[in-house]
Design a protein around this ligand. Structure first.
Ligand SMILES: C[S@@+](CC[C@H](N)C(=O)[O-])C[C@H]1O[C@@H](n2cnc3c(N)ncnc32)[C@H](O)[C@@H]1O
Length: 338
């Protein structure tokens, strides 16, 4: 028995022949890791002409997939353990975490709609979830199903090398950095020196930094959910963090009583930036709580332990480097903090 069985229910089975006869999906099938069956919904039509669609109640353009053949088709394919997925422009957005989740199933039944879609009663009774591959409308669910099957199949253990999946885009909430291969120089552009150094620790650090830089440039919204250390978060490019947080959000948080330090932590920007932007937005700042301005010695020591430099600490806390040095001195005098 294979690790994952996928039954595709479609009106156009021939569309799947070539994509599933190539590359990873074909290899997974040949290795017996993946069993793939493409079934024609018309097989479950009982009339002479194998009719599977009808005009919509209430009028309007287009046809709707009739409930009876489709219900029979889904139930026949599902058996006891099938998880039924309908490809739909109205479904939840399919992403890497959905792919990971589906790759853990033992049996998927993927239903491809066509025309205006399928009768709603089938969705209510026999569909476990609806997935969309993007905010656009395709002619049918076939291409969407191929996208889902490709993304899921490569995550089934043993289909491709586990190492290839470790750092790829969307695995740790980040995009992957750039790749290079021979030659060392191509049309005047050289491969980054670190990749030729043989220093594996330095290469790992460089790849991580490139992944973060690239994500900040191209998909800054992903950074909110990415697993970044405090030091990595503090080093995010300023322009990106500024673009990500709306002034209105900062003002709303501050005027609701949240302090600039907590706002800074929430949005991943420095307290100094928060205060500067609040001032620029015309907000009158409250006087700092307590006598001392800025972070306590313990707060500075804790952040210092994450690897930030004095300059980065100053930026993080929104104070001068002199204040940071002062806190570090105080912490040293009073001994190790708990
Ligand atoms: C022309 S579409 C129907 C669109 C439908 N009338 C609506 O407005 O939501 C026909 C079929 O293509 C598939 N489809 C269209 N766009 C899709 C998308 N973005 N993701 C997944 N499937 C899609 C669905 O199976 C759908 O039933």
């Amino acid at each position: 028995m294979s690790d994952l069985r996928i039954d595709v229910m479609t009106l156009f089975p021939k569309m799947f022949e070539s994509p599933f006869a190539e590359s990873i999906v074909a290899r997974a099938r040949a290795a017996g890791t993946l069993t793939l069956a493409v079934r024609d919904i018309r097989e479950w039509a009982t009339d002479r002409h194998h009719v599977v669609d009808d005009a919509p109640y209430g009028g309007g353009a287009g046809m709707v997939l009739k409930p009876e053949p489709l219900t029979r088709a889904i139930r026949a394919a599902r058996g006891d353990d099938g998880h039924v997925v309908l490809m739909s422009a109205q479904g939840a957005l399919f992403d890497q975490s959905a792919a990971r989740r589906l790759a853990k199933e033992r049996h998927l039944v993927i239903v491809c709609g066509h025309y205006e879609g399928i009768d709603e009663r089938v969705i209510e009774k026999d569909v476990d979830e609806e997935l969309s591959i993007g905010d656009f409308v395709l002619t049918g669910g076939e291409l969407a199903a191929m996208v889902v099957i490709d993304a899921v199949a490569r995550l089934v253990p043993g289909v491709i090398e586990a190492e290839s999946l470790e750092h790829e885009s969307h695995t740790e909430g980040l995009l992957e950095g750039p790749h290079y291969t021979r030659p060392v120089e191509h049309e005047g552009k050289r491969v980054p020196a670190v990749l030729l150094s043989g220093d594996h620790a330095a290469i790992t650090r460089w790849r991580r930094a490139e992944a973060i830089r690239r994500t900040a440039e191209r998909r800054p919204e992903l950074l909110d959910g990415a697993a970044l250390t405090p030091a990595e978060r503090a080093r995010l490019p300023r322009a990106q963090t500024r673009a990500r947080v709306a002034d209105a959000d900062l003002v709303a948080a501050y005027t609701s009583g949240v302090g600039s330090y907590r706002i800074a932590a929430r949005f991943g920007i420095s307290p100094a930036t928060v205060r500067a932007r609040l001032r620029a937005a015309g907000v009158r700042l409250r006087p700092p709580r307590g006598g001392q301005r800025g972070p306590t010695a313990n707060e500075v020591v804790r952040m210092r332990a994450t690897g930030l430099t004095v300059r980065e600490l100053a930026r993080h806390f929104g104070v001068s480097h002199v204040t940071i040095l002062d806190r570090l001195k105080k912490a040293k005098k009073s001994g190790p903090s708990r």
